[in-house]
Design a protein around this ligand. Structure first.
Ligand code: FEO
Ligand code: CA
Ligand code: CA
Ligand code: CA
Length: 710
């Protein structure tokens, strides 16, 4: 296998060392600022964030939590979309999860509820009643924050302009339009009908907004990932019919009533509040019982309304977001568009992030026209409603097929499992995971972000990791070839360190139905041995569990890789690396030697696969290490590449302490794993009051004013 040595661009920074420090670490010569953090006010009327949980507002005008995917948009002085007018800029940021919402609730709150029991930091609630204001804050912390940024004295877009009329929150309560192929839209709407809209033409909100995409016409795509955990069936509620039970099973949605004797339950308990005037609807929607006797509770289709790519025009505050059902329903990680070529179709590449799930692409029916730049939601209707949804099958010989998910496929038409069969194409789109099962797509090691190389159109996809129950030596395949135990045993077996695969469409066409692939790089701990550290990573670039992935737009060929890891966090916090990749097929065929030990039983095997050229330190290098407990996710940049934006998600996640007497969270700073960014970490100025950790967007610039990374 060759080693890549030359390229038109080269990395120009010294590698950042692995670190367990509670700070953001970047190479010397770079500066870091916090742009915004969880709870920051986005208008002038909302009070500054206390970081004590004392807020009495419902977070309608605050930055959400768990910052994830994001994109920067330029606007003209008049507020119109522009790819080049750099005087004004708007930042759209996804807010994924309420898993750490104890950080934004007050200590020991006892008003409301039963027995004073509340949410605790482990994501459990006590199966009784939660305070309405807490739940509203959690509902509203999801979605997307859209804020205009103002420039600092160095000329960098680095702070919220609270007076901008473009500032907006899209939350889990925002009304959205339901869209899809015209021939199947009636069937799609039928699956969206709830008490809120009995026509199914609209739905409410967006949830678990993980990674993102952008469109060639200038809108933002937010992707709904782990939506399954948000609905419950209340104690005594009626279970859905057999067909719905099977679709809920396949998506991991609650499908049976909570036990009357449960002392804790999964999910958020968002349907439980009774202590506000509004008990009947914005809370009850999260109870998906099939309780026809009580129409107020008929939200049996609410789970069907999540799991989509949602398009937002970030520059028109009055615009209504749209669920793009044509792109399928699954645990959407992100949506990466192909390089736009006039007169050719556009493709959107999309991972479904769960173990053994699939990689998909949507191909537009309409061919791209640059006249649609700035076309907003109307352009989205044009390109994201009519088209073809495919799922990937990776072959052992390094080729692959895109299999169309269509009811006319005999495998889909004949599918009948656990009482479920497809009635129409609307169900193929809304229950796309089942359709992908039917056609025998390749089960992957958790597909996370995809990104398209602007230099040549090749598609990269992170496969973050997989477990021993899903990936044994006998169930490996060429595209998912590793099965082993975490070499130092601190966490994980199967494929604990993950890998990055890449694809080249035949003919370089977005509409191709076949492709070639190889594995760009395998994650590994530096000293884990040749059979695990196949890519020969060194102290300067070893990593585990790749997740975020994004090609720079300002420097074609520069790739950023982010990690969300458990298997290496005994040695280092999560990180951001820069890479200068080659091309699909520049390496060769290899044989992976697998050995997996589970319950003292060892199985071994070999798997042939294809690997790209090995990357020396000069072509793959660690740039940033985050604070304790954080995941590094989300990337965007200024047009000139001189400012790079990165998200620090959930520093100190799930830490704190529980009061055993009442399950309340105790805000004891000594029990916090992280106090970033309030501690500043020694590198940045302390950001905001208090001691509780907060997710945040940071901006990184070079002190000499040059391009970041070069
Ligand atoms: Fe939300 Fe798969 O990361
Ligand atoms: Ca992710
Ligand atoms: Ca992840
Ligand atoms: Ca380890």
């Amino acid at each position: 296998i060759q080693i890549l040595g030359t390229s038109s661009i080269s990395l120009g920074f010294g590698a950042t060392a692995k670190s367990l420090a509670d700070q953001v670490t970047v190479p010397s010569g770079y500066s870091v600022q916090v742009v915004h953090a969880t709870g920051d006010a986005i208008n002038t009327a909302t009070p500054a964030y206390s970081n004590t949980g004392a807020e009495t507002d419902d977070w309608t005008f605050r930055v959400g939590d768990h910052h994830d995917g994001m994109a920067l948009f330029y606007v003209t002085a008049a507020g119109m979309y522009s790819a080049t007018a750099t005087d004004r800029a708007v930042l759209a940021v996804n807010h994924e999860s309420s898993a750490d919402s104890h950080f934004l609730h007050p200590r020991g709150q006892t008003s409301g509820g039963v027995n004073g029991k509340k949410f605790n930091q482990f994501g459990n609630w006590d199966a009784k009643t939660r305070p309405g204001l807490e739940v509203l804050k959690e509902i509203n912390l999801h979605g997307v924050s859209i804020v205009e940024l103002s420039k600092d004295s160095n000329g960098h877009f680095s702070q919220i302009n609270p007076a901008s009329t473009l500032n907006r929150r899209i939350s889990a309560q925002t009304v959205v339009n339901v869209t899809g192929p015209s021939a199947h839209l009636a069937g799609i709407k039928q699956l969206f009908t709830t008490k809120f809209d009995t026509t199914g033409a609209t739905a409410r909100g967006t949830l678990n907004n993980c990674a993102n995409g952008t469109t060639p016409w200038g809108t933002y795509l937010t992707c709904e990932e782990n939506f399954a955990a948000y609905t419950n069936i209340r104690t005594g509620g009626t279970a859905p019919d057999a067909k719905a039970v099977e679709t809920r099973r396949r998506y991991g949605v609650a499908r049976a009533p909570i036990s009357a004797t449960a002392t804790a339950a999964s999910g958020q308990g968002w349907f439980t509040p009774t202590d506000t005037a509004d008990t009947n609807e914005r809370f009850r929607r999260w109870d998906s019982s099939a309780d026809g006797a009580n129409a107020m509770n008929d939200y049996r289709n609410e789970p069907n309304t999540f799991g989509y790519v949602v398009e937002i025009d970030p520059l028109v505050s009055s615009s209504t977001p749209a669920k793009r059902a044509a792109l399928g329903r699954f645990a959407h990680e992100n949506a990466a568009h192909s390089n736009a070529v006039a007169g050719q179709a556009l493709a959107f590449y999309m991972g479904c992030d769960s173990r053994n799930e699939y990689f998909y692409k949507f191909v537009s029916q309409q061919n791209w026209s640059a006249a649609d730049v700035g076309g907003g939601m109307a352009a989205g209707d044009k390109y994201l409603s009519e088209g073809t949804l495919y799922v990937a099958k990776f072959n052992a010989d390094g080729s692959g097929q895109w299999i169309e998910l269509n009811i006319s496929n005999t495998s889909i038409a004949a599918y009948n499992t656990n009482g479920f069969s497809f009635s129409n194409q609307a169900e193929v789109l809304v229950f796309a995971r089942l359709a992908a099962d039917a056609v025998g797509a390749t089960k992957m090691d958790r597909p996370e972000w995809a990104s398209v190389n602007p230099s040549n159109g090749e598609i990269y996809l992170t496969l973050t990791n997989n477990s021993a129950s899903n990936r044994t030596p006998s169930t490996t395949d060429g595209a998912n070839p590793r099965s082993y135990n975490d070499p130092d045993g601190n966490m994980g077996s199967g494929n604990p360190n993950g890998h990055i695969i890449r694809l080249k469409e035949v003919g370089n066409l977005a509409s191709a139905t076949s492709f070639n692939w190889d594995i760009f790089v395998f994650g590994a701990e530096q000293d884990s041995g040749d059979s695990v550290n196949i890519s020969k990573l060194t102290a300067n670039n070893d990593f585990s569990s790749p997740d975020g992935l994004w090609f720079s737009q300002s420097t074609p060929g520069l790739l950023w890789i982010q990690t969300d890891d458990g298997a290496y966090t005994d040695v280092t916090n999560c990180m951001l690396l820069a890479a200068v990749p080659g091309v699909v097929g520049d390496g060769g065929k290899i044989t992976v030697k697998n050995s997996l030990t589970v319950n003292a039983v060892t199985t071994t095997g070999t798997q042939e696969t294809f690997i790209g050229a090995l990357l020396p330190d000069a072509r793959l290098r660690r740039f940033l290490v985050g604070p304790k407990g954080s995941e590094i996710t989300g990337l965007t940049e200024t047009l000139d590449g001189k400012a790079l934006y990165v998200n620090i998600q959930h520093p100190g996640e799930k830490t704190g302490a529980v009061n055993a007497a009442n399950n309340d969270w105790i805000a004891d700073p000594t029990k916090l794993q992280s106090q970033w960014p309030t501690n500043g970490g020694g590198l940045i100025s302390a950001y905001g009051p208090g001691t509780r950790p907060r997710s945040a967007t940071i901006v990184i610039t070079r002190n000499d004013g040059g391009k970041v990374g070069l």
